[in-house]
Ligand binder design. Structure first.
Ligand SMILES: [Zn+2]
Length: 141
């Protein structure tokens, strides 16, 4: 089991930005394209800490939305698993080794992009490269 990066398991409910809520597999529509939510949205306060889910390495730091420099993504290498976290300002460098519970990033404030959104981070987990439902793998503190 991985420690939840927010230390809690509170999942985003329906809000004006995503009426289907933040569960894994929830229906999403972008323009004319329908797709399923690839991760889970965990509710958290902007500027709160994001912690490492388990021993691993900070593998990649990128941007959550193309050339929108306010919102970041990071990927933690956890062996056969990898965890991607969106809307998180990293406070470590790529290649840094992490221990479970280490402060890793700060929650970015999505409300400056989506006024009515429930503040959250987006968490995706891959096992052997394939997306899986994160919730059965996460535990709260
Ligand atoms: Zn999401």
């Amino acid at each position: 089991m991985f420690l939840s990066p927010t230390r809690s398991l509170s999942v985003r409910g329906p809000d004006p930005v995503a009426r289907s809520g933040g569960a894994y597999g929830a229906s999403r529509i972008q323009g004319r394209t329908a797709y399923k939510h690839r991760g889970v949205d965990l509710v958290c306060d902007p500027w709160s800490d994001i912690v490492a889910p388990e021993q691993g390495f900070l593998w990649r730091i990128g941007l959550a939305y193309g050339r929108e420099y306010r919102f970041h993504s990071l990927v933690v290498d956890l062996g056969i698993y990898e965890m991607k976290i969106l809307y998180s300002w990293p406070i470590r460098n790529t290649g840094d080794q992490l221990q479970r519970g280490d402060a890793l990033a700060i929650v970015e404030d999505l409300r400056i992009r989506y006024k009515e959104v429930t503040p959250h981070i987006h968490v995706e987990i891959r096992k052997d490269g394939k997306l899986v439902d994160p919730m059965p793998l996460l535990e709260s503190e």
